[in-house]
Ligand binder design. Structure first.
Ligand code: SF4
Ligand code: SF4
Length: 401
């Protein structure tokens, strides 16, 4: 009898969650399984959090390990998934579009933090009627919550070796949110792990960021480097970033569990065509006003204009497309030293590409001369030490015998 009542309650809540735009809703106790505690400790011990220093702060680590500390008297965590559209292109197509930038699929439309938080809050209000007297809090990504651990414990999906959650039948193209409630609801059974012997995500990772199953070194991960990392991107990683300008979907694109993933109808993030493989020239041309206008309500705002243009410079340098030299030229005089530095790197790469192609194409000699002239001119004006060093390295790189 009790089990029937529990199931009915959970079904009512799941129906409410669906009505509020969530594709699945599962229940767990506010406890992080020991295996996830060990993974998180190993991650911190490796310093894999990069500049996300807050991740290693004692108080935040303690809260991550103990979800019960997030809300007094919490009895249940609801893990909720909201699906988004997988990329409409394959990995091969994305890589071949070298004069275009790749934006991670979740960022093709509106910022999920805003969309999901609004929906979680509405769902939480609706739960008040179903659960009666209870306290609750909603979380999306930014709070110290080990969301993939809770999702696995709740049966929503298992944590894949790339560290993201995967659902059988749906794949990994979804985002997670949580509602913590003081109500006691019967937990679901944990999700079994179906990665098996597969290591496709580890093998495909362009920067070898998945250093061990379930452990991603953020300092090498393109998602972190292109979004969270604020400064200069390490030189040795730039060629590996390819044409990814905001995030990276590679480990999800090769995952066999995503083979049959479908586009949700409707996609609540409203993906926009202009964010699907945008021409690099259009990104290099962004000024503050056009950046703000183009990426209004988009998660791409997070990088700021300088961060996105920095990423586009790297992609341009990797493109081999000599026509982008002229789009890079004004950026050598940009207000941001970060942009000037990465533009100098890109001009050096294209200049070298022109030198190497000279035997085949007469016009490429002109491009090499143009790249050198651009770098020499900006070297005379540059005042930032790091940018000056990059200019000098780029000139040497083009002239290398
Ligand atoms: S997002 Fe890209 S860089 Fe990061 S782990 Fe996955 S494949 Fe590697
Ligand atoms: S690619 Fe393979 S190992 Fe990686 S998450 Fe998917 S199933 Fe797991």
């Amino acid at each position: 009898m009790r089990a029937d009542a529990d199931n009915q309650l959970k079904e009512r809540i799941r129906a409410l969650a669906r009505a509020h735009g969530f594709d699945s809703c599962h229940f767990s106790r506010p406890v992080v399984d020991a295996k996830f505690v060990a993974r998180f400790r190993e991650w911190l011990a490796g310093n894999y959090q990069g500049e996300m220093h807050w991740m290693a702060e004692d108080s935040r680590v303690a809260r991550r390990m103990n979800p019960a500390s997030m809300l007094e008297g919490v009895g249940t965590v609801l893990s909720l998934a909201m699906r988004y559209s997988p990329p409409a292109y394959s990995l091969a197509v994305a890589e071949a579009a070298r004069s275009r930038g790749v934006i991670a699929a979740y960022a093709h439309g509106d910022d999920y933090h805003d969309v999901m938080k609004k929906r979680l809050k509405r769902l939480a209000r609706a739960l008040d009627e179903t659960l009666g007297r209870h306290d609750q809090r909603v979380y999306v990504d930014t709070a110290p919550v080990l969301e993939h651990a809770l999702a696995e414990s709740s049966g929503l999906g298992w944590q894949g070796k790339h560290s993201l959650s995967i659902q059988r039948g749906t794949g990994s193209w979804f985002l997670l949110g949580e509602i913590f409630t003081t109500a006691g609801i019967e937990p679901d059974a944990p999700a079994p792990n179906h990665c098996g012997t597969c290591v496709a995500c580890m093998d495909i990772c362009p920067t070898r960021a998945i250093v061990a199953p379930y452990i991603v070194d953020a300092r090498r991960c393109i998602s972190y480097l292109t979004i969270e990392h604020r400064g200069v991107i390490p030189r040795e990683l730039r060629p590996l970033i390819g044409n990814r300008v905001f995030g990276c979907d590679d480990c999800q694109l090769v995952c066999p569990w995503n083979r049959h993933a479908k586009r949700p109808e409707p996609d609540l993030l409203h993906p926009r065509g202009e964010n699907v493989l945008p021409p690099l020239a259009s990104l290099l041309a962004l000024d503050e006003a056009t950046f703000r206008q183009r990426f209004r309500k988009s998660p791409v705002r997070r990088t700021g204009r300088a961060g996105l243009v920095r990423n586009a410079c790297i992609a341009a340098g990797n493109s081999g497309d000599l026509r982008l030299l002229e789009a890079l030229a004004p950026l050598l005089e940009d207000d941001s030293a970060l942009v000037r530095l990465h533009a100098a790197w890109a001009v050096g790469r294209l200049g070298r590409r022109a030198v190497e192609g000279m035997a085949e194409e007469a016009g490429e000699g002109n491009a090499a001369d143009r790249a050198l002239a651009l770098l020499e001119a900006c070297g005379k004006r540059e005042t930032d030490d790091k940018a000056l060093e990059e200019i000098s390295l780029s000139i040497d790189y083009i002239r290398r015998i």
